[in-house]
Write a protein that binds this ligand. Structure first.
Ligand SMILES: *Cc1c(COP(=O)(O)O)cnc(C)c1O
Length: 431
């Protein structure tokens, strides 16, 4: 398979030739529905504690979840702008407004810190099976957690999620930030007592530095964005929640009512986990597309090169220069990529200008405050419905009549914590 089209930097949709029927693929994978249920149950056990620790989770009883919102005005506007009619329902999954971390990282990142907190408290006997998890905010657990350091490498948002949660529980938290990371994210973390170590290099460098620092120190737990099963399963829980939300909205999903989901992709953990969960829930009735910046299409590149560890998007002459800092990753997770390869319908690339335009339109039509990375999903319906690749895919997988009764979900992944000044610049540029 050629990668020439990525080198040419023209926005395009790539259909995954390795997509396979869900009922053949899923039983062969190393994880399944039991693992997602287990993660979901763990989050429920922690809910009372989270609602004590984080005010913004209180209304929902400590369950960290975002709204699924129909966006008819936005649907009309992007239809007009691009000259197409988007058939069926268009909704936004509002992870930009997730509590605690303000991004999709609140799903995986917080989950992984909670796994560690539970494991340590059980091992030391502080937590007994019948205990209320509120106990983990008490002095005994705090004295335990203070002896441990949680560390992570990040372009910003994962650092926020891990740092904020770990510090709130009493862990020492150390976040290695890449050069893309924004100043306000570093300042926010420091204000919560998190140590921030800045690196001149990219995301990969920050992760590698975190990994090495952790390897040298005992009692240091490294959250490995490139290989973490816990992150992956934490993200996957979103699928169970989405199923409930769709049911509550009266939206049917089955082979006659297909669901199309467009998710921004960086290293792959978040979109990969969600795609995995959605395929377990909806099987072949759901079609997942990953959205990447023109300058950082690392997951598509990984699919095309079999995740060759020696290759990165720098080998294409690309530079990672994008305003979508959350997606500025040169090499995708091979762990996630190989796992979800038979489940992903395709990947597309999108220009920064398009991200800003969508960011502006989302605010203007629906009042949604998103960051550039989070807007990458917005081009999805257009990419799928207009190009030859997308049309051929639809003909092959859905009958035309089904497409008119379809549902499209744009997964919006971050932005509600953006400082006003920063956001206004993005908005103005988009306008
Ligand atoms: C991290 C992030 C993503 C993508 O998640 P990955 O696990 O890196 O693929 C998308 N959007 C935002 C805003 C993010 O911070």
């Amino acid at each position: 398979m050629t990668v020439e089209h990525l080198r040419q930097k023209k926005p395009s949709l790539w259909i995954n030739p390795k997509l396979s029927p869900a009922d053949e693929t899923l039983p062969r994978l190393q994880f399944g529905m039991d693992d997602i249920r287990d993660a979901s149950d763990r989050l429920r056990r922690f809910a009372p504690l989270l609602s004590d620790l984080f005010e913004d989770t209180r209304k929902a009883g400590g369950i960290i979840e975002s709204k699924l919102t129909p966006v008819p005005m936005f649907q009309q506007k992007i239809g007009e702008a691009s000259g197409i009619d988007i058939p069926g329902n268009l909704l936004v999954k509002e992870d930009h407004a997730l509590p605690v971390a303000g991004s999709i990282k609140a799903r995986g990142g917080i989950y992984e810190v909670l796994c560690l907190a539970e494991e340590l408290a059980e091992k030391t006997g502080i937590l007994q099976p019948a205990d209320n998890y509120r106990k983990l905010a008490g002095p005994e657990a705090r004295r335990l957690y203070e002896k441990y350091t949680v560390t992570v490498g990040s372009t910003g948002n994962l650092g926020l999620s891990i740092g904020i949660t770990a510090a709130a529980l009493g862990f020492n938290a150390v976040v290695h930030m890449s050069s893309e990371a924004k100043k306000w994210k570093k300042e926010l973390l420091r204000s919560r007592g998190v140590s921030v170590i800045e690196h001149k290099g990219d995301y990969g460098t920050a992760v590698q530095s975190g990994r090495e620092a952790a390897a040298e120190s005992p009692r240091t737990y490294f959250v490995d964005d490139e290989h973490s099963v816990r992150l992956f399963l934490g993200y996957a829980v979103a699928a169970l929640r989405l199923r409930t939300q769709l049911q509550e909205s009266g939206i049917q999903v089955d082979m006659e009512h297909p669901l199309f989901v467009y998710i921004p992709c960086g290293v792959g953990g978040a979109p990969g986990g969600i795609c995995f969960g959605l395929k377990l829930v909806f099987g072949d009735a759901v079609h997942c597309f990953f959205a990447e910046p023109l300058e950082a299409p690392c997951m598509q590149f990984g699919f095309l090169t079999d995740f060759d560890p020696d290759l990165s998007i720098y080998d294409l002459g690309l530079t990672l220069t994008t305003a979508a800092d959350g997606l500025a990753v040169g090499k995708a997770s091979s762990f996630v990529g190989k796992l979800v390869e038979p489940l992903v319908s395709g990947c597309y690339t999108t220009r920064d200008e398009q991200l800003f335009r969508s960011l502006y339109l989302l605010m203007d039509t629906e009042g949604m405050k998103v960051e550039p990375s989070a807007a990458a999903g917005c081009a999805g319906p257009f990419m799928l419905l207009t190009g030859e690749q997308g049309k051929a895919y639809l003909r092959r997988t859905c009958r035309v009549s089904e497409v008119s009764q379809s549902t499209h979900i744009i997964w919006s992944t971050g932005g509600s914590f953006l400082p006003e000044k920063e956001y206004r610049n993005f908005y103005r540029r988009g306008r």
